[in-house]
Design a protein around this ligand. Structure first.
Ligand code: URA
Length: 421
């Protein structure tokens, strides 16, 4: 094969043959196909697309670029993946909850980039907690505790790591077949027998419209089916932040509230909906996650999961050096609270990073003290901005300009908010 022939074929709108896909992905991973050639091919795929069969083959080639985790556990394995949002801490209560119901949850997660937070960044606000585990440690913890949330090992779909970095700088991220194959290559290589996808829709999500989110969900589920992984998808709202907390330690605290029987209603509702879906796929549909959550068993599993990775579940979480409160200028109804703007503001406060190698502030973030659709009084605190770097408050407030509105009439329509689409 010659890379230029593969590029020309896709440029002219042809389907790529299985052998072409296997060769080009393998050769790129080995460095035998140059970055500029893969950049051209990624753009051709971006413009011409790939059908379901091509996308499944492309995913298989990315899986084969590395190793598959061998999960020798006596429990049924099931994982969840969210396409990313603002305040999306659902993995934190969900993994121990589903484990407490009898499944094994191997959740290999990522870090945040841009306005969406990363699960590992959040968990690292717990003193002592360690994200990197070896394959042997993952397998042992999965058997003993039932849940592992850790960093992906370097041997997992290395082709994706290289290609994702290239797409990031060549304007080829927002392609359904490339996004779907990227997500699924990592999830399938992780070795879980079943997978539930939480595809986010709205301003704070990758996919801004229901039509786009449906298309991505369909592509993801088709890839799972083609590779023998039982896969389903929920489309859920991301027009307003999920729960009240957006950031790192603040999201851990909110997840712990949920595990102890409290927490915001939308976080509890989505956690239970995803748990039911995961248990169904794992053959444990008779388990009642609401009962297990209420019993405290999920909280106990959380504590064991944190301890197994060196964390102290009883340690105090980091507190911000500076808190700035935004008050409601008038009485009325909070008509809107835009997820994207809140995500950007939390990022500017230090919860996220501008470059992959930057550190994050554990204590940075935002607490949203009122939900869209709720009555608020003049002078009532609406948002609490947390940071260790007070200079970050002004840029965060700038990001929030126009992001929320208090309507005078109580019957103002609430944009977004709760619910599963
Ligand atoms: N997340 C991924 O893992 N890959 C993409 O391409 C987009 C989001």
């Amino acid at each position: 094969f010659a890379a230029v022939d593969v590029i020309r074929a896709k440029r002219d709108g042809a389907r790529l043959r299985d052998e072409q896909i296997a060769w080009v992905v393998d050769a790129y991973t080995r460095g035998a196909v140059a970055e500029e050639q893969m950049a051209a091919l990624a753009m051709a795929i971006f413009l011409r697309g790939m059908d379901a069969a091509e996308t499944a083959t492309w995913t298989g080639a990315m899986i084969d670029s590395g190793e598959r985790l061998a999960l020798a556990t006596t429990r049924p394995t099931v994982d969840k993946h969210s396409t990313g949002g603002v305040g999306d801490k659902i993995t934190l209560p969900l993994a121990p909850l589903v484990a407490a119901c009898g499944a094994a949850v191997p959740q290999l997660s990522g870090r945040g980039l841009g306005h969406t937070g990363g699960t590992l960044d959040k968990l690292e606000s717990i003193p002592g907690w360690r994200a990197s585990l070896s394959a042997t440690e993952i397998a042992a913890q999965l058997e003993e505790v039932g849940a592992v949330v850790c960093a992906a090992t370097p041997s997992l779909a290395p082709a994706d790591r290289k290609l994702y970095a290239l797409r990031d700088v060549t304007g080829t991220v927002e392609s359904v077949p490339l996004i779907a194959s990227s997500i699924m290559s990592k999830k399938i290589a992780e070795g879980s027998a079943a997978l539930v996808l939480d595809v986010k829709v709205g301003s704070g999500a990758f996919m801004k419209t229901l039509g786009q989110a449906r298309e991505l969900a369909r592509a993801l589920v088709d890839i799972g089916a083609a590779h023998g992984v039982a896969t389903t998808a929920l489309l859920t709202d991301m027009s307003a932040p999920l729960g009240a907390a957006v950031g790192n330690a603040v999201e851990v605290a909110e997840a712990v509230d949920v595990l102890r029987g409290g927490g915001p209603a939308d976080v509890v509702e989505l956690t239970l909906a995803l748990a039911r879906e995961m248990l169904q796929l794992a053959g444990l549909g008779e388990q009642d996650p609401a009962r297990v959550l209420a019993s405290g068993e999920a909280y106990e599993t959380w504590r064991r999961m944190i301890r197994a990775q060196g964390g102290d579940p009883d340690a105090e979480l980091p507190k911000p050096a500076h808190v700035h409160v935004v008050e409601s200028p008038e009485s009325g109804t909070l008509a809107r609270l835009d997820a994207y703007a809140v995500g950007v503001a939390a990022w500017r406060l230090g919860a996220g990073r501008a470059r992959k190698e930057d550190p994050v502030q554990a204590a940075a973030g935002i607490r949203c003290l009122a939900k869209p659709g709720k009555r608020v009084e003049r002078g009532q605190p609406l948002l609490e901005l947390h940071t260790d770097t007070p200079d970050a408050v002004a840029p965060a407030l700038e990001a929030l300009t126009g992001a929320w509105a208090v309507a005078e009439r109580d019957d103002a329509p609430a944009a977004g908010g709760e619910g599963i689409v």
